[in-house]
Every structure is written in C-alpha cells, then in structure tokens.
Design a protein around this ligand. Structure first.
Ligand SMILES: C[S@@+](CC[C@H](N)C(=O)[O-])C[C@H]1O[C@@H](n2cnc3c(N)ncnc32)[C@H](O)[C@@H]1O
Length: 330
C-alpha cells in the first residue's frame, strides 16, 4: 500500500547480534506482542525479521515511528533522487539523536556503489533503508529496516499520516520460523523490470515469483495491472448498459482470482473495492456489502480510522435502503 523509495543495503552485517523492536502501540489502544518476531540473520541476505510463532493474517507485526525524517530530495528524470540535497538535513537530524539512537542508525545496512567510497555513511545508510513518511518526506525506521524484500510478500506496509508511524501487518498467515517480507518496489511489473529496480538495492531477488516458470507470473502481473487500471477508471464512469456493468463485475471477480493466484495479498483490497462498487452499480447490494466488508477488513488491519477505511464505511452506509436513492458510487 505504501512503498519504499530508496536504494540498497549491502550484505555485510554483524551476524552475531539478534535485535528486538519497539512494540507498543498505545494510540491504537492495542498492545502488540513483542515476542511474535525476532531479527536474526537470513541466509545470504544479512539480517531479516522472522516470526517466532504463528502470526495470523491481519496482525500488526511492527508499528514504528521514524528515528529521523527529512524532506524528500528532488527527483531528476532518468537519474533518480538528488541525494546530496538531503545531506545537510540528515546531518542535523542525526546530531539531535541520543548516542543510542545514533548507534541504532549506524548499525543499519550500508550499501554503496564502488564509485561512492567517499560518500557520507549517513547518506548511504539512509538511502539503503529509508521508507516514505508521507508524500514529501522520507524516514528511517530501525526495526522495519531489517525486513527483506519479496516480490510475493507475506506482509503489507502502511504509513499512517494521522499517527505518524509505519505499520507492518501480516497480509497472509506467517508460520513460526518463516521470514517476514515486504515489497520494496511496485510489484505489477515483469520480473526483468523488478530485478532492474532491485539492482539499485544491490541484490537479485530469488523469491518464488522470480523463480517461477518464466512468463506465467509476468503475464499475470501485467494483466492484473491493466485490469486494475481499466476498472478503476471505468467504475467512476459506469456504463448505462446493464450487461456492460455485469461484465465489469465478472472482470473484478477474475481480478480478485488472479491477485490471489499471484500471491499479491497487498493488492486485494483494491480489487475487493472494485467488486463492491460494480455490484452496487448493478443493483446487487448484498454482494456490494460483502465485498466492501472484505476491503474494509484489510484496510483496518493497517489502520482503523484511515481515510480509505472511512470511505468504505460511508459506502456501506450508502447501501442502506433509505440511502440508496442518492445513487452515488461512494
Ligand atoms: C532494508 S535492508 C533489509 C535488511 C538487511 N537484510 C539487513 O541486514 O539489515 C535491504 C538489504 O537487505 C538485503 N536484501 C533485502 N531483500 C533481499 C532479498 N530478497 N534477497 C537478497 N538480499 C536482500 C539487501 O542487501 C538489501 O540491500
């Protein structure tokens, strides 16, 4: 749902250490269980985050505020972010940290290209680990930074503007001992494009999607991407023809199936929402409510009162018999 903007981390860590993380989320009135994960070495990937017991889908695994957050540097087409513009902000933020926090920062992965041997470590560590903190800022989350990438991740990743924290939640059941994974990049791309993006992080992904039968997964992802885009446009300009809307419902259902087959759980809420909207347009209010409820469930795993979750709640309210004559989609 929310995405890493950054570059790479290198694979040279002190493999003796096992780290813990901050796990209390008082704002959401929820005590998170500190023992559900541990940070430990992950073969060939440096550190990783692992489930220490079954983590059922929907569980918030990590809720973390950024240690530092700075304005996003300007993006230059074809060249990426102007990282040097960020350095002075980063140095100022770093100086304001306690010695322990500075140590937490400096322990994180530090990927640098060969041409960067003189580059500031603050900058390369930050670049290797940072996640968005809103549309215009980017920050460092020391525990979340230990989560490795998969193109078929088992966890979702959400920035809460209201709470000022990032949430990692289980999008699927995660078995005891299984590694917790998120995606660093947009996933509705072919494997070759994904690998190119991940090259900036200094590794080649060997997740099940990247190892699967060449072509199959790529084709499905391209199809999912096109269908999502088409249906998300069409739903706000629905056809007056009943059979066209019925076809859109079928397409939304096949979208859900493809997303499930491809193991992209983090994209499901968008497809559920489409199924809900097209069912309402088609006058199938019970089905509309059922799909809306599924979308809401996922959105609420990440954040109870988000704008997106409230939109779905409003939609569900609009399905009540007295409200239907309004005839708006949401
Ligand atoms: C944000 S850090 C993740 C945590 C890191 N493994 C650590 O030890 O702190 C990103 C770095 O982890 C490694 N990494 C992440 N996902 C990986 C994957 N799927 N395969 C291999 N290495 C991966 C790469 O070195 C990457 O630059």
């Amino acid at each position: 749902m929310s995405m890493v903007i950054i570059l790479v981390c290198r694979d040279s860590v002190d493999e003796d250490a096992v780290l813990g993380g901050r796990m209390a989320d008082e704002d959401q009135g929820q005590e998170l269980d500190t023992k559900i994960y541990e940070v430990r070495p992950s073969a060939g990937k440096g550190f990783g985050v692992f489930a220490t017991k079954l983590i059922t889908r929907g569980t918030q695994i990590i809720v973390e505020e950024p240690l530092v957050s700075v304005a996003m540097p300007e993006m230059v087409a074809g060249k990426g972010f102007k990282m040097m513009d960020m350095l002075s902000d980063l140095e100022r933020e770093f100086q304001a940290l306690s010695p322990e926090q500075q140590a937490d920062f400096l322990q994180l992965h530090d990927f640098r290209f060969a041409s960067e041997d003189k580059q500031s470590h603050l900058l390369t560590i930050f670049r290797s680990n940072a996640f968005n903190t809103g549309d215009k800022h980017v920050g460092l989350f020391p525990t979340i930074a230990r989560i490795n990438h998969s193109c078929r991740p088992n966890s979702g990743n959400w920035w809460s503007e209201k709470q000022g924290h990032r949430v990692i939640y289980a999008a699927l059941d995660i078995q005891e001992g299984e590694e917790v994974t998120v995606s660093y990049i947009p996933l509705l791309k072919k494997s070759s494009e994904r690998q190119q993006r991940l090259g900036q992080y200094g590794f080649t992904c060997d997740c099940p999607a990247c190892q699967s039968e060449p072509g199959e997964s790529d084709k499905r992802r391209v199809k999912i991407s096109r269908l999502l885009e088409t249906l998300e446009q069409r739903v706000y300009h629905p056809s007056m023809k009943a059979d066209t809307n019925e076809k859109s419902i079928d397409k939304a259902l096949s979208l859900i199936e493809m997303i499930e087959e491809e193991g992209l759980a983090d994209y499901l809420h968008r497809a559920f929402k489409l199924a809900a909207l097209f069912n309402k347009i088609g006058g199938h209010f019970e089905d509309a409510e059922m799909w809306a409820r599924k979308a809401l469930e996922i959105l609420q795993w990440a954040e109870q009162g988000s704008i997106e979750a409230r939109e779905i709640l409003d939609f569900m309210e609009s399905l009540a018999p007295g409200n239907l004559k309004e005839n708006s989609i949401l």
